[in-house]
Structure formats: C-alpha cells, structure tokens
Design a protein around this ligand. Sequence first.
Ligand code: PAF
Length: 282
Amino acid sequence: MTVPILRRLDALRSLTRRWSLSGDTIGVVPTMGALHDGHLSLVAAAKAACDRVIVTIFVNPKQFNNPADLANYPRTEDADARKLERFEVDALWVPDADQMYPARFATTVSVAGLTDVMEGAFRPGHFEGVATVVTKLFTQTSATDAFFGEKDYQQLLVVRRMATDLDLPVTVHGCPTIREIDGLAMSSRNLLLSDRARTTAPTLHEEMESIASGLRDGLAFDPLRAAAAARLTRAGFTGVDYLDLRAQDDLSSLPAPARPARLFAAAWLAGVRLIDNIAVRD
Ligand code: PAF
C-alpha cells in the first residue's frame, strides 16, 4: 500500500483529529530518514502496539552542531516511502521546513543533567535541538506512544525525561538496537562509510563486548578501556570521543558495574562518527 505523505500541518491535523475522536491510539516513529532495519523494527513495534502509526522524516537542522554533518546527512525519501509500504503505516509526516520552524520561531526545550555528558558534551546544542523537535513532533502528531531505538540510548533517556517533565501524554518506548550480521549497530550514517571503513567499523562493537566481558570477569575498567582504545587506533579509528561506563538510569559515571550499567562509545572512522552502547549489567 502506498503510504500517504503529508507535508502541511493542517492536513496532518485533520487526520489525527478524526483518529483521536474515535479513541485510536497513535504511535509515532520519529526519524531523520535514510531508513534501515533498525527504524523498521520501531515501525513494527508501533504497528503491534497502536491503532494508528505515523512515521516522521525531518532532518532537523537544530540538532546538528556541525554544518558539514547536516549537509552530508543522507536523504532518501522515495526509497524510505517504499520501505514503509509493507507495514501499511497510516501516514508519513515529512513537514516542510516552515511547518516545523516558521519565521520568528523562538522556543527551545532544554533538559538539564542527562545532557551534560557524552553526546551533550561533544555536540553542543544537539539535545536542545532534539528535545525541541521531538516536543513538536509529539504535539503535531497527537502521539499517544512514541518509539525510539536504544542505539541512541542517551537520547531515549532525554526524551523520556522531557515527556515526563512537560506532562506530555505520550508513552515513550525504547526498542533494542538492531545490528548488522558483523555486529555493527545499524545507523543512517553507516551509508557514509567507504567499503574499507565499513569492514573496520564492527571493531568498535567487538572492543565494547571485550570490555564488557572483562568487567563481568571482575577486571578493572580503566585498563580495559585503555587497551580497547589503543586497539581501535591500531585498527584505523582516528579518535575516540568517549568510551564510558555509566549507570543505565541516570548516566552517572561508574568505576565498576556495581548497579545496572551500560558501556557507551563514540569514535571516528574515516571522517564518520560512530556511536554505540551495550548493557554490561541489566
Ligand atoms: O534519532 C533521530 O533520528 C533524531 O534524533 C530524532 C529523534 C528523529 C529527532 O530529530
């Protein structure tokens, strides 16, 4: 079934108003397009849980701290719409830029605390951009449920915090990271990797698994981290922004997985920044 594509708010509202009046739940899958199986797993989760499903595609300029990253971000709308056909989603919301940020737009949603570390520290303004656009996507679509991947685990926590703090009537669902067969976490940015870099990229996940297994064997985190970072550099990674052990609930830094913890990483390979995270202790 061809997916109805909507670009203007009045058209979206006339649909969602009808659905809300009939008491339908509305599941939203916010994306920036370049859809892969990770996104499609979110769509499947939304279809299973909700009466209506809206997928959104908006490459949100406010969450890019680097203009080159924004310019290079893959844009594949026709292919994305085709990938959604078999899911029979109810609408694809691809707002025109002026529908999201009209002239004189002046509001920012900012979540304190959780955003001080990792992506928030390395990408100034990123989470303000995310929180602002996600708030708008929730209200534009009248979402009752929203689906986010654990691949962007910090984003998931930030969105949950924001929805709770602002009393947004949306249940935020976190869904497991989907990986390529060689362990690389699926990401739209993987499209930017050269063939050579693509063969090296799974090393990040391998090194994270090796740290996690060392931690489970009772080894100390700091030497495990230093050895993994050195091996990543030898494999061809040009920088490791962070390789952190943090609490699963509030992202506080941990010396050892004494409570539910995840390992988080961001590293550069051939000009592409890869991020990943895995549970060390659930
Ligand atoms: O995860 C993403 O693709 C984006 O950060 C999101 C949630 C769609 C907001 O632009």
